[in-house]
Design a protein around this ligand. Structure first.
Ligand code: PEP
Ligand code: MN
Length: 465
């Protein structure tokens, strides 16, 4: 458990809300609960001033947008839309460049078009972007060649470089995370509101990516969409609505110092919203019912996700529903299952059955990445594309058998041509990792693997209709 006691003269006493932050009953109850996976930085002189500054900076997202997302997710939970959530395992400050952000947005738009066209369903587009900077770790330390230093916990906490200075937990990094999120969101908003995401640019999004099987398949689909649009245009259809696209930001709400400081009271409703992102999720390692993360997120109005791994029991799921969605509000709660290809067909049915029998309506999403992590013979953290696909297939099979709704896909992906996951139609082998592995945390699908995945999921969706 992290010690939140502060000794510096300008720091608030432990357990008290930080001056300037939104005040609302219960918002600080998490401070007296056990909390996992937090940095040890409360002694740092820059901690209190940083939190104070964060708590008066403008919100990154707006309560009205968050409400729109909740209603979209409600549609997805009823099978009237599908959620596509994708991005890096861990964003870094260094990689927040225009090129990398636009490649990722383009890839998500391409995947969304494939899914929309295949499944004939609206796709809710959401990035693990503009705030995905904090990482839970299995160990507090990392040892290399006999030297032990604090583990990398994401750019919002410390640096990836293996030196004592870089690995020190530094609260001032929260401000850099805020500003990097703001500039990332600014670019995303420009892309998606300024015409770049217009469906009539469906060919443009494919430009600049190297040719491969998924790429050609996309090109063929884009041609079909193009002719459908031309046909509709000659019939006099009005395409103004295609110019702008909704795109939502999400991240794991791991670092409660940051999330609490960005929580604001909505002037319309008087209720607290965590304005660091539209959607926040609780990770598999911090979803303990009696601990800080579940308590804090139960008190904000944002739609909330919870990752559920293979040890989750039906009772765990029911208790999470009771705590996070006591009013059974459509769109409020998403369960992101990450069971592993080997487990999904065995473990998911009883969870789905129990939740469905309770009458609760959650959105079921598959994360086919986190239950399928392995180490390659040459020592890289990786995932086999076939295992990832197998978990997605299992997810569709289970929901089909239960008559429930497979409502979304959560993936770690990038628009770049990296080599981090094995396999795919244009296969990546472990030798490619030596030059193409860039992730500072978990392995991501590259651009072509992401597109290939979208085609496979769109087939699954068509069948499940
Ligand atoms: C993640 O999404 O990067 C992550 C750590 O997931 P999980 O909580 O499912 O392990
Ligand atoms: Mn990850």
């Amino acid at each position: 458990m992290t010690d939140l006691t502060l000794n510096t003269s300008n720091a608030p006493a432990a357990g008290l809300p930080v001056p300037g932050a939104a005040v609302y009953p219960g918002l600080d109850d998490w401070r007296s609960l056990p909390i996992a996976q937090q940095p040890t930085w409360s002694e740092s002189p820059s901690f209190a001033p940083t939190v104070k500054e964060l708590s008066v900076l403008p919100p990154l997202v707006f309560a009205g947008e968050v409400d729109v997302l909740r209603s979209r997710l409600a549609q997805a939970s009823q099978g009237q839309a599908f959620l596509l959530q994708g991005g890096d395992c861990a964003e870094t400050f260094e990689a927040a460049t225009a090129d990398k952000i636009s490649s990722r947005v383009k890839t998500i738009l391409q995947m969304a078009v494939v899914l929309t066209y295949g499944a004939q369903l609206p796709v809710i587009k959401m990035g693990r972007m503009a705030g995905q900077f904090a990482k839970p770790r299995s160990s507090n330390d990392e040892t290399r060649d006999g030297v032990t230093l604090p583990a990398y916990r994401g750019d919002i906490v410390n640096g990836f470089e293996f030196t004592p200075e870089s690995r020190q937990h530094d609260p001032a990094r929260m401000l850099k995370a805020y500003h990097t999120s703001a500039s990332t969101l600014n670019l995303i908003r420009a892309f998606t509101q300024g015409g770049f995401a217009d469906l009539r640019s469906v060919h443009e999004w494919n430009r600049g990516f190297t040719s491969n099987p998924a790429h050609s398949r996309y090109e063929a689909l884009a041609k079909e969409i193009d002719s459908a649009i031309k046909f509709m245009a000659s019939c006099g259809a009005d395409f103004e609505a295609l110019k702008t696209v909704e795109f939502f930001a999400s991240h794991e709400a791991l670092l409660l110092d940051y999330e609490r400081a960005l929580t604001r009271i909505d002037s319309r409703t008087g209720l607290p919203y965590d304005t660091s992102a539209h959607f926040l999720w609780i990770g598999e390692r911090t979803r303990d019912l009696d601990q800080a993360h579940v308590d804090f997120l139960s008190r904000v109005r944002n739609p909330i996700g919870v990752k559920l791994g293979p040890t989750t029991t039906g009772d765990d799921a029911l208790r999470l529903i009771e705590k996070l969605d006591p009013n059974r509000e459509p769109g409020r709660l998403t369960f992101i299952t990450r069971m592993g290809a080997k487990n999904i067909r065995e473990k998911l049915p009883s969870l789905v059955e129990k939740v469905t029998a309770s009458g609760a309506q959650v959105l079921w999403v598959t994360d086919p990445m986190h239950g399928n992590t392995v180490t390659s013979p040459n020592g890289y953290k990786t995932r086999n594309f076939d295992d990832v696909i197998d978990e997605v297939r299992g997810f569709f099979e289970v929901h089909q058998a239960q008559g429930t709704i497979p409502g979304g896909l959560h993936v770690e992906m990038t628009g770049d041509d990296v080599a981090e996951c094995l396999g795919g139609a244009d296969p990546i082998d472990q030798e490619a990792f030596l030059t193409g592995y860039e992730s500072v945390c978990d392995p991501r699908l590259n651009h072509k693997q992401s597109l290939e995945m979208a085609f496979l999921v769109s087939e699954g969706l068509r069948q499940s209709k």
